[in-house]
Design a protein around this ligand. Structure first.
Ligand code: ADP
Length: 489
């Protein structure tokens, strides 16, 4: 909008008409004082200011405008009939005007000037607006940078307070922060600590997981820089996601060396104890068998029943100790698998017979669903029998109300799958994976049923060594199906 300031109504009228004919919006003031009031209230792109006015003259008005931040930038064109003198024109410019037009006015020239200054001012204002919004954005960015930095500092402080070695990496896998404990194991914040030559190379393992965006967890021995001693650590590296993309990685090394030592001592004790128990037990078993035979020959009925019972308990003890020995063999990597081409169908058949004989007095019913295996496949007969016996005894043991068991074989191009289904107590979903862990027993059933929680652990190790898979599906109160697979070749 343009403001015309003149004490002469006729001048205002003709100027207003002229400007409005060119689509300019126009406001008017009859005196310097009124102009000042309006200029402070409204926004004008240009002021056309008469010099000779009663009260404040044009120059005084312009000088006052230059004192207010709101008005000081508005361009002013002075209109004057009298003061054509150079002196006055100079004062006009000095008081803040940008042009000086003397009367009589040439309307075309005035319009040209108005147009030019009007557009200049508009551009000026637009530029200022852009500048202001840029300044705002810069300010906003600076503020968010400060907040981000303080958040990162806070996060680093937390990592510093952890008892573990803690570090972070960029999304590309470059280490960008390590806490102080890091330096007990590495000289450089850019390099992972040195690991035992027999352990995994951390960088390689991490790259493998990074490409898939998957967390990494592994046990490794790190070399302490001061003592030169290797200590077991649990390494965990997790991706931090922003939407669907990995933003960065956070990692920790937790010292588990003491825990590992205790575990090792326990394994050693287990190994020694089971070895030491096995030898006298084997002799007891042999003598009991001799006694059993003798009593049967002599027809001493009452005693032979006692001896047979004692013998079956010895048999149980023997199998418990054998299991403990197997566990220690697994721990030491000494569980040997002796694979030979054999007939799996015969093995399943014979194992079912053994189970039925040992459960002669109960109402166990084992149903067989046969998938035809047309050739011999390579496996360790003793060990696979051990797996099947374990599945079947568990199926019977954990089904106190229903002794119906189904053994199914399913063959496809690459593998054979053997499953044992029962209709017993079942296992809750979230505990199903754990049943293959060493010494794990489902809490709800552990008091009611005897066991050590190692049978399935040994089974999974045996199947792993056959390059097969082991698993289960189960529903509480409905029953379970345990299965294993063996590759055909
Ligand atoms: P154990 O039977 O000697 O405890 P296992 O390793 O054979 O040890 O089994 C581990 C645990 O898995 C058992 O303690 C039991 O809680 C659960 N389990 C195994 N088989 C079954 C089954 N057929 N039905 C329900 N629970 C089972």
């Amino acid at each position: 909008m343009i403001l015309i300031v003149d004490d002469n109504q006729n001048n205002i009228y003709s100027l207003k008409k002229l400007l409005e004919s060119k689509d300019f919006q126009v406001d008017t003031a009859n005196s310097g004082e009124e102009a000042l009031g309006k200029a402070l209230k409204n926004s004008y792109a240009l002021i056309i200011l008469d010099v000779q006015m009663p009260g404040m003259d044009g120059f005084e008005v312009a000088e006052t405008f230059s004192g207010y931040s709101k008005t000081k930038e508005i361009p002013i064109i002075f209109l004057s009939a009298v003061n054509t003198d150079k002196r006055f024109i100079t004062r006009g410019y000095a008081s803040g005007g940008i042009d000086y037009v003397t009367k009589p006015i040439d309307p075309e020239i005035l319009l040209l000037k108005v147009k030019t200054f009007y557009h200049l001012q508009e551009n000026n204002l637009a530029m200022k607006k852009t500048q202001q919004s840029l300044e705002l954005e810069v300010k906003g960015r600076r503020e968010s940078q400060v907040t981000m930095k303080s958040e990162i500092d806070h996060f680093h402080l937390l990592l510093e307070a952890l008892p573990q070695i803690a570090f972070t990496l960029t999304k590309d896998g470059v280490i960008n922060f390590v806490n102080n404990k890091w330096y007990q194991y590495s000289n450089s914040e850019h390099e992972f600590p040195e690991t035992h030559p027999d352990d995994h190379i951390i960088q390689d393992e991490f790259e493998r997981c990074r490409k898939k965006g998957q967390a990494l967890q592994l046990e490794t021995r790190l070399k302490n820089l001061e003592s030169g001693e290797y200590r077991y650590h649990l390494l965990r590296m997790s991706p931090v996601y922003e939407g669907n993309n990995v933003k960065n990685w956070v990692g920790t090394f937790t010292d588990i060396d003491d825990q590992k030592k205790v575990e090792k001592e326990k394994d050693e004790f287990l190994s020694i104890a089971s070895h030491e128990l096995k030898t006298p037990l084997t002799s007891i078993k042999a003598y009991m068998q001799l006694l059993d035979r003798k009593l049967k020959l002599d027809n001493k009925n009452a005693e032979s029943v006692y001896v047979a019972k004692a013998l079956s308990q010895v048999e149980k003890l023997n199998s418990l100790i054998s299991d403990l020995l197997d566990v220690s063999k697994i721990e030491n990597g000494k569980l040997k698998i002796n694979k030979k081409p054999a007939n799996l169908e015969n093995l399943i058949h014979n194992t079912i017979d053994i189970i039925l004989q040992t459960n002669e007095n109960s109402s166990v019913k084992i149903e067989r669903h046969i998938g035809k295996i047309e050739r011999l496949i390579p496996f360790d007969e003793i060990r696979i029998e051990q797996v099947l016996i374990n599945f079947l005894t568990n199926a019977i043991k954990y089904s106190p109300e229903n002794n119906h068991v189904i053994v199914t074989t399913f063959v496809d191009e690459d593998e054979v799958k053997v499953s044992v289904t029962d209709f017993g107590i079942g296992i809750p979903d979230f505990k199903q994976d754990a049943v293959f862990h060493k010494f794990y027993r489902v809490e709800e059933s552990s008091l009611q049923f005897q066991g050590m929680g190692i049978g399935l652990y040994i089974c999974s190790e045996i199947i792993k060594q056959h390059n097969g898979t082991i698993g289960l599906s189960s529903k509480v109160e409905e029953g379970s199906t345990f299965y294993f697979t063996l590759p055909l070749n």
